[in-house]
Design a protein around this ligand. Structure first.
Ligand code: NAG
Ligand code: NAG
Length: 698
């Protein structure tokens, strides 16, 4: 009788649990983004009128990263439009800044209002403004911000013009970036880019009548990761009509007046340079009159900005042989003199400065740079919470490192940083270097506690390169004790990407031992000397393998469809070599890599160029593959879902059954060099890098 009652009780409990307890996220996905944790971008402004020595002002608040700003021309009107009741809080004169921010784990557009009269003067160091009022400009109708990338905001009357990636493109490897116009009083948005066409870097003309964009047009994205193959189109801001190609080969347009556009392109002599296009916009069909090159060879100049108030001043970012840093300069183009005036090199010589913009009165210039050590904002996060498209299924994080993997109990994360393997508790505590060597890829044994597999040697190397799989065994009781290292492969023919079987007996890995990279399986404890067999075979590359938690499948990336041109797709094969099938193909020439199984073994997370590039790469720090975004897919190839929307290189994802609370985790490792990220490598100048980069010098 007692047993019966107990069962009944348990039955009720189960019933309640299954049907009434709200489902909670059950897993977490963690991925890497090249350099992003070090950016610390804020928007700054400095006076450029010769009479004033006003210090540099930090305009944004040091939360997350803030960039690609824009000064609206009538801040008071904008404030009364957004929140009439708060109008009286600020004292005139009111200033406002519209900008892109990644606070809250997703990209969105904010406006900050502040009183300029309160900014202190007569001080030499950078001043932080007390931000008085802050509003998101694009609240979603249901209150849940959509997950997408927003970029390059500007204002035309009561309309916000910007780039968004919220609508999928129609084909693989086609960018989702398109230009939209949102009517601020109603929140109603209109797409200005034609269906199926990607547009970047919109700029509204001085009258507001026209908008110029950089567009890859019908051609789409063809895999370029340095200069995008874009042309400049203009169309009417009001309804996107009269869309016309005005300049072939150009990007980042800006308007001096309704018939003058400045833009950048990489010139045939290799130097990025700023050009001026004279156009006619009188009739309904705009046309090109002439193009002049403004900046000469000998240095790079790009991302121009101009103000209608002082159209004789062009602001640009430059890379010159005399500095390793990207700086903002003004070009005075009056009388064809082209005098150059340094803006940021005198204020902060050792920082990269990006994407200048003028205040409406042309007395100040804004830009973004890393806020530096005096920052009033976030330090780097070990785990930065990213808004999940499916919060009921998984939380999503960016880790400050690469190749993350979780211990089976989810308590610890292994990852690679500066080629060493680190282990840290999932709450960010107790970070430790467990292997200092040239390592890449990590995976934990499912059965033996504290055993991590990695590959030792250079990554991105040929079949014959010396790379071997090792196991790292952490000491169980003494975390200060040296881990035990065991080499598992012999002969060093590019043995990499180890992934253990769930029964703890085997490790699958890729090896170049036959002259091609194929998959092999070996004994997990003793290594290949105790047993090895070849799982895949063929004259191509099979790599980045991952064993499913239920033991049934091994997922891997392969270029077997087209070994000549490096197009990688994701495949599955049973550990006994049967059942080979393709899951995701990213499009011809495309790369789809680093598959990792979800805890249910029915889905995969991976990185891919499936969504193309989302902004002009030159407007960002360096990313080798700015098209890399994180996706999930069912193992039958259905339901491809995009998880990240940004213009960075996102890669090496992992997926754990542990649910991590969706909030940021502080970096406790010392020695993280905030602000230490690279400018685009392909802008390198001859005298700085000639020993390393002979082939790529402009
Ligand atoms: C290979 O493994 C799969 C999955 O475990 C199984 O269904 C299949 O029967 C096996 N085939 C052979 C020939 O052993
Ligand atoms: C790769 O090969 C496919 C099929 O042959 C072809 O359509 C595509 O253009 C190639 N891509 C590159 C980048 O060469």
């Amino acid at each position: 009788m007692k047993t019966f009652l107990l069962l009944l009780y348990l039955g009720f409990f189960l019933f309640f649990f299954l049907f009434f307890v709200p489902t909670r996220a059950t897993s977490s996905i963690v991925f890497a983004t090249l350099g992003r944790s070090l950016y610390g971008f804020d928007i700054f402004a400095t006076s450029i009128s010769s009479s004033s020595s006003e210090p540099e002002l930090q305009l944004t608040d040091g939360v997350s990263i803030n960039y690609n700003g824009f000064f609206p021309s009538s801040p008071s009107t904008l404030l009364s439009l957004i929140d009439p009741s708060s109008y009286t809080v600020l004292t005139e004169p009111i200033d406002a800044l519209i900008y892109v921010t990644e606070r809250g784990g997703h990209s969105t557009i904010y406006v900050d209002f502040f009183s300029t009269s309160s900014s202190p003067s007569n001080r030499r160091e950078t001043i932080e403004l007390p931000i008085r009022l802050q509003f998101p400009l694009l609240p979603a109708p249901d209150g849940r911000p959509s997950v997408s990338m927003k970029d390059r905001p500007s204002l035309f009357g009561d309309r916000l013009i910007f780039v968004s990636t919220h609508e999928p493109s129609h084909s693989p490897r086609q960018s989702w970036a398109a230009v939209y116009s949102t009517h601020l009083p109603t929140g109603v948005s209109t797409r200005l880019s034609p269906d199926g066409i990607a547009d970047f870097s919109p700029a509204v003309s001085t009258s507001g009548r026209w908008t110029a964009v950089a567009s890859s047009g019908e051609r789409g994205w063809t895999g370029e990761v340095q200069e995008l193959k874009t042309d400049i189109y203009i169309f009417k801001t009001s309804d996107a009509s009269a869309r016309t190609l005005v300049v072939r080969h150009g990007g980042w347009p800006c308007w001096a007046d309704d018939s003058t556009i400045y833009f950048h392109r990489q010139s045939s002599d290799g130097w990025w340079s700023v050009y001026r296009a004279a156009i006619t916009t009188l009739g309904d069909v705009p046309g090109l009159v002439s193009i002049d090159r403004i900046t000469p060879p000998g240095f790079h100049a790009f991302t121009p900005a101009v103000s209608a108030t002082a159209p004789e001043l062009i602001a640009v970012a430059t890379r010159r042989t005399s500095s390793q840093f990207r700086h903002i300069e003004l070009i005075d183009v009056r009388d064809g003199r082209n005098a150059y005036i340094e803006v940021t090199r005198v204020i902060s010589p050792n920082a990269h400065h990006f994407n200048p913009f003028f205040s409406p009165d042309a007395r100040r210039i804004g830009y973004h740079r890393c806020r530096g050590s005096q920052n009033n904002g976030n330090p780097p996060w070990l785990l930065e919470n990213i808004k999940s498209v499916s919060p009921e299924t998984f939380s999503l994080f960016r880790i400050d490192g690469t190749f993350p993997s979780f211990s089976p109990d989810g308590a610890q994360i292994a990852y690679v940083s500066f080629h060493s393997v680190y282990v840290v508790n999932s709450d960010g505590s107790n970070p430790q270097e467990v292997y200092s060597g040239n390592a890449f890829a990590t995976a934990w044994d499912w059965k033996r506690k504290g055993v991590i597999y990695t590959s030792h040697g250079p990554s991105f190397a040929e079949e014959s390169t010396g790379v071997d799989i090792i196991s790292i065994t952490l000491s169980e009781d003494d975390d200060k004790a040296e881990p035990f290292i065991k080499k598992l492969t012999l002969g060093g023919k590019n043995n990499a990407f180890p992934s253990p079987s769930p029964d703890g007996k085997w490790v699958v890995f890729r090896s170049g031992r036959s002259g091609y990279k194929n998959l092999y399986i070996m004994d997990s404890i003793e290594g290949e000397s105790a047993g090895i067999y070849q799982l895949t075979e063929g004259p191509w590359s099979d790599t980045m393998c991952n064993w499913s938690p239920d033991g049934e499948w091994i997922a891997f990336a392969s270029d077997r469809d087209n070994p000549e041109n490096g197009s990688f797709s994701i495949y599955l094969v049973h550990p006994n070599g049967t059942g080979l099938r393709k899951v995701v193909h990213s499009g011809d020439g495309g790369r789809t890599n680093h598959p990792w199984f979800g805890p249910d073994s029915n889905s995969l997370v991976f990185t891919s160029e499936y969504a193309g590039v989302s902004s002009e790469p030159i407007s960002n720090p360096h990313h080798y593959q700015p098209a890399g975004e994180i996706f999930t897919v069912n193992i039958d190839g259905t339901e491809i879902r995009r998880l990240t929307h940004d213009s960075y290189e996102d890669g090496t994802p992992t997926w754990t059954s542990l649910f991590l609370k969706p909030s940021d985790v502080v970096e406790s490792l010392q020695g993280v060099t905030f602000c230490n990220f690279d400018d685009c490598h392909w802008l390198n100048l001859p005298n700085q890098f000639n020993d390393v980069l002979n082939g790529t010098i402009c």
